[in-house]
Design a protein around this ligand. Sequence first.
Ligand SMILES: NC(=O)c1ccc[n+]([C@@H]2O[C@H](COP(=O)([O-])OP(=O)(O)OC[C@H]3O[C@@H](n4cnc5c(N)ncnc54)[C@H](OP(=O)(O)O)[C@@H]3O)[C@@H](O)[C@H]2O)c1
Length: 181
Amino acid sequence: MSFPRSFTAHVFIGVSLDGFIARPDGGLDWLTERGEAAEGDLGYQEFADGVDTVVMGRATYEKALSFGRDVWPYDGKHVAVLSTRLPADADPRVTVHRSLEELVEDLEKRGAESVYADGGQVVQSFLRAGLIDDLTITTVPVLIGRGFRLFGDLDADIPLTLRSTADMGAGITQSVYEVAR
Ligand SMILES: NC(=O)c1ccc[n+]([C@@H]2O[C@H](COP(=O)([O-])OP(=O)(O)OC[C@H]3O[C@@H](n4cnc5c(N)ncnc54)[C@H](OP(=O)(O)O)[C@@H]3O)[C@@H](O)[C@H]2O)c1
């Protein structure tokens, strides 16, 4: 499945060396505790300043709410949540979409230019549909053994080009990969 689109889409995500983005209970301690020891905000703010739209899966949306309903780090951006279950009117700050097709159509209508794709299943869906332009992967040197995976099954290889790798301190590395269109 591939979609004609006029926006670019980007991943910025932290992963354990064994490929997980969260523990089975959603825990991010392995990432945040090491991240605090690393340099600055690991480039998150600069990345976030460059996007006008955030697309996240229901699980990532619910995690964001768990920090408190008043804590909303996405002000000034359009936020879209992919979910087959979340009620359409769950939250006036987000639009809810039942499928990738419906989401992409809406992003095109809104004139989205630069999209941040967040959440493991969302990243996997976007990759399979050829919707990702680049991935900034921050790798934490820890094996957590189980949890939510960043990557999943593919029908065909997705070749990547390494654009940069930086040592962020505390053993953390950050690599930027481009996906050929
Ligand atoms: N390490 C990091 O930097 C980082 C970044 C983001 C998130 N996380 C963590 O990762 C965990 C969530 O991971 P996850 O893989 O479950 O993520 P997710 O992609 O945020 O959420 C999965 C849910 O999103 C919906 N969804 C995803 N793709 C869809 C599609 N193509 N069509 C319709 N619905 C779709 C489904 O919701 P329904 O079940 O409602 O249909 C699915 O169950 C959380 O604990 C979060 O905190 C970590």
